[in-house]
Design a protein around this ligand. Structure first.
Ligand SMILES: Nc1ncnc2c1ncn2[C@@H]1O[C@H](COP(=O)(O)OP(=O)(O)OP(=O)(O)O)[C@@H](O)[C@H]1O
Ligand SMILES: [Mg+2]
Length: 353
């Protein structure tokens, strides 16, 4: 007879099934989604490992990227995003595992891989004294069949900067130039490593439009970021990384749906309550017991209750705080985000080190 046991996973909070061993529902889903993408994979990454001395930077990551997909690597600083990308690009040699790009192994056929990829590195040093036109012509000269330069620079909104020196470009213009240089060989796969870090909101949005247009033109894109809004807007699937491992891989909406609580009730408690340890703990416990509340996260004096019944939770919070004489401030509700998924799975914010 087959019996099923389930429990909550201590690591990520999702349901686990016992099948001879405990299997986490999130890991199961992550494997299924990976398998779906495998069918028309342009990139196939299997158990990639990289260590720097004693530091394990990437600890055996596996995923597939489909043709025409925008695939996001999202994670905090040091998660292993750049190392993973650069092993696929053939710029760093893996200590274990393999990466196949368009059917070519980066270990044995790197020259073939290089012919089909375009890379924008996290920190690009360009020749400051060359003009935009000159540097693009220089890069184009490295390839047998480069794309025409003027339409390429026009698509990156750099036409009026053709004769400007690189050193005179703004941050956003430099990033757009770096992407233009990555596209000069008309690659099948484009790697964008944190293309918008350090840019102002308007420059970020301009770059988002450019990335979406690349997808429309049929490019497959691997993009790393630590901005959850960027990942949500741009990516078809997101690989959530932390400490060199994949903690979840799915579409943005599915990742959030897996919280089982798509709304958050957020409020601040008074400074005074933080000083009363017992009362603070009892209140936190009471919040966790409220109907519909799946998770309670506390950062300093800010409580976030992830709930499937926002109206009930609002009433419960107001009644409970009134009963206990707790003063709350800045009470609001909002939709759950990818940041919430990360907090739920790691106990930390994407911005925490
Ligand atoms: N060349 C190197 N030598 C030694 N350690 C390194 C090197 N490059 C990366 N690391 C370490 O490997 C880990 C992963 O770094 P990686 O740059 O891949 O992370 P990341 O997710 O891209 O971070 P960020 O968001 O800051 O760019 C970090 O602990 C980092 O300090
Ligand atoms: Mg990086």
């Amino acid at each position: 007879m087959h019996s099923t046991w389930s429990r909550r996973c201590n690591a990520c909070g999702y349901e686990q099934q016992y099948e001879g061993a405990w299997r986490c529902a999130m890991q199961q889903r992550t494997q299924e989604v990976g398998a779906e993408a495998h069918r028309d994979a342009v990139i196939d990454v299997h158990e990639l490992v990289k260590r720097y001395g004693d530091v394990p930077a990437v600890r055996g990551v596996s995923f597939h990227v489909s043709r025409g997909e925008i695939f996001g690597l999202l994670g905090p600083n040091g998660a292993g995003k750049t190392t993973t990308m650069e092993m696929i690009e053939g710029l760093r040699i893996p200590d274990g595992g393999r990466a196949i790009v368009a059917g070519h192994d980066t270990k044995t056929a790197l020259h073939r891989v290089k012919a089909v990829i375009g890379v924008q590195l996290q920190s690009t040093s360009l020749f400051d004294l060359l003009t935009v036109r000159e540097i693009t012509e220089l890069y184009a000269s490295f390839y047998a069949n480069p794309v025409p330069i003027l339409p390429l620079l026009e698509s990156m909104i750099l036409t009026d900067k053709l004769d400007s020196r690189v050193k005179s470009l703004s941050g956003g213009q430099k990033q757009r130039l770096a992407i233009a240089l990555a596209l000069v060989n008309d690659p099948l796969v484009v790697f964008l490593d944190e293309p918008t870090t350090g840019l102002d909101p308007q420059a970020r949005r301009t770059l988002w439009d450019i990335v979406l247009r690349l997808k429309e033109r049929g490019k497959t894109i691997i993009l790393s970021t630590h901005y959850m809004d960027e990942a949500h807007v741009l990516c078809d699937r997101i690989c959530l990384m932390d400490k060199g491992t994949i903690i979840a891989l799915d579409t943005p909406d599915q990742l959030i749906a897996r919280l089982e609580a798509d709304r958050a009730v957020v409020f601040r408690v008074s400074e005074q309550l933080r000083g009363e340890e017992d009362k603070f703990v009892a209140f936190r416990e009471a919040c966790a017991q409220m109907e519909g509340v799946q998770t309670v996260s506390v950062h300093g004096d800010v409580f976030s209750l992830y709930t499937s019944n926002v109206q009930r939770s609002l009433i419960d919070v107001i009644q409970c705080t009134e009963r206990c004489g707790i003063v709350v401030d800045q009470l609001s509700t909002r939709s759950a985000t990818l940041e919430d998924v990360f907090i739920r799975m790691t106990g930390r914010s994407l911005r925490e080190q």
